[in-house]
Design a protein around this ligand. Structure first.
Ligand code: ADP
Ligand code: MG
Length: 470
């Protein structure tokens, strides 16, 4: 089979068949794309070419991959097909029906895919240890950029990965969305397994733990449940705020916790707020969460955002000039997940248009995003600004704590969110630690009424509004 066909007629294709056409297209992409990208996204694709070459249907494993392949590669695939065949060919992408999964080329469908972050690097490369440990092997310390925002958390996590069961047990990591908490947990698990492949490690999202408890309860299999959890060397449990109000789960988790600590197994937890900021979780659990080491991950500062962009671009086989990275980092400020989204757009834009990455290209690629950002103020930004102003923690915007010194700034932030963004009351409630819309409504009414009467408050709100509108 020859590669890199340049001829444009069907006659010159290896066997003149539909399969031949598709194979030639694949070979062409193999040459164009970095190997890791090719192996992750293109190689597993299966295609049917219509007998009359009018159309090519490409089967993709699931919705996530479909969106990705469509955004990143569909244009290029169409183009290559057309070039090789000499006439336009309709390209259709479809999700593989489960019974049709074609064995050799398809990648196993991973149930946990929803639970995994949309990692930039091959989410499907979840391998040997994958199903058993639920670890995503693509999330490591090596590709977790260090900066002052995550230095403490990263150092503690590295320590735990190399010497589990000793210091910092449990390790409790908290911070807002998209800041790398889940990534850090997987990194701990992957590192430990590198050094001790026989170690029993489990990564689990708190919601999955809840559902495991429910299943054990329904099937009366608590013994197995206990065997499984209590025998671990390292338990990584993500987003424990989801334990709120789940009585039975909290009890089982408490038991597992005690059993694991007693045998010097390590426990790493994450949450959107610090232990005492959690609500509807039993005091005895909260105090145990806090008994080891509690560290925050902060939103990354400018230089760190730049470093993350450059490193992720490189990982994707592209060079992002520093000035472009600065431009993007200045404009995309909220979290790493958003940075990844921006980078993805820029890379796709650059590939499709076959243009080098420049500030102008970034501006074009991110046009929608930038114009929205310029007009709109984000709720995250309001939370951070208000928290700084009143000298409370950003995490308290999500916590359920009620002392006035915290509750009031939180209400002010809700009021500003309603006033300065397009978000609805329920949406705002969601962004403030999953509060009810009536709580937000109450805050909005209260602050706007008080604003009329208290000139000091009015003055503070003016300052905040000016700061936010920049
Ligand atoms: P969280 O669990 O805090 O919501 P995630 O761990 O899911 O956040 O991170 C969101 C995305 O950002 C992931 O793709 C992750 O790999 C990436 N990410 C976060 N922090 C960093 C970092 N410091 N360096 C590189 N990638 C990061
Ligand atoms: Mg997470």
């Amino acid at each position: 089979m020859t590669t890199g066909l340049s001829s444009s007629t069907i006659d010159s294709l290896p066997d003149g068949s539909g399969d031949g056409l598709w194979q030639a297209c694949i070979d062409q992409l193999a040459q164009e794309l970095p190997e890791q990208q090719f192996n992750t996204w293109i190689k597993p694709l299966v295609a049917n070419v219509a007998n009359d070459f009018s159309k090519v249907v490409v089967w993709v494993g699931n919705r996530f991959k479909l969106d990705w392949v469509r955004a990143q590669y569909a244009g290029r695939i169409s183009h290559i097909l057309q070039q090789m065949y000499g006439q336009p060919i309709l390209l259709e992408l479809a999700i593989t029906p489960k019974e049709n999964l074609v064995k050799p080329r398809s990648v196993p469908f991973i149930q946990e895919i929803e639970a995994l972050p949309e990692s930039f690097v091959g989410i499907e490369e979840n391998t040997p240890s994958g199903p058993r440990t639920r670890l995503n092997t693509a999330l490591t310390f090596d590709n977790l950029v260090e900066g002052s925002a995550n230095r403490m958390a990263r150092a503690a996590a590295t320590h735990v990965a190399t010497m589990p069961g000793q210091l910092y047990n449990p390790l409790f990591i908290y911070g807002g969305v998209g800041l790398g908490k889940t990534h850090l947990m997987h990194a701990v698990g992957n590192r430990l397994l590198e050094e001790r492949p026989e170690a029993k490690v489990l990564y689990i999202h708190a919601e999955q733990f809840v559902s495991d408890v429910v299943k054990a309860y329904q099937r009366k299999t608590f013994d197995e449940f206990k065997d499984r959890y209590h025998s671990l060397d390292l338990l990584l449990i993500d987003d424990v705020q989801f334990f709120a109000n789940k009585e039975r789960t909290q009890e089982e988790f408490f038991n597992a916790f005690e059993a694991l600590l007693a045998k010097k197994s390590h426990i790493v937890m994450t949450s959107d707020t610090y232990p005492k900021g959690l609500t509807d979780i039993h005091e005895r659990l909260v105090s145990r969460f806090d008994a080891g080491l509690t560290v925050a991950i902060e939103p990354p500062e400018l230089e760190m955002r730049v470093a993350i962009l450059i490193s992720k671009a490189r990982h994707e086989g592209a060079e992002m000039p520093e000035e472009v990275a600065f431009f993007v980092a200045k404009n995309v400020r909220s979290n790493v997940r958003e940075l990844e989204g921006a980078l993805r757009k820029i890379l796709a834009y650059s590939r499709f248009n076959q243009k080098e990455i420049s500030i102008q290209l970034a501006r074009d690629a991110l046009r929608d995003l930038l114009s929205i950002q310029n007009r709109q103020i984000s709720v995250e930004n309001i939370q951070k600004t208000v928290a700084d102003y009143y000298k409370i923690k950003v995490a308290d915007m999500y916590s359920k704590k009620r002392p006035a010194s915290i509750a009031r700034p939180r209400q002010i932030a809700m009021y500003l969110a309603k006033e300065l963004t397009q978000k609805s009351l329920p949406e705002i409630g969601e962004l403030f630690g999953g509060r009810d819309h009536t709580t937000v409504l109450h805050a909005v009414r209260k602050i706007s009424a008080e604003r009329q009467q208290l000139s000091e408050l009015n003055q503070q709100l003016h300052v905040l509004e000016q700061t936010l509108k920049g």
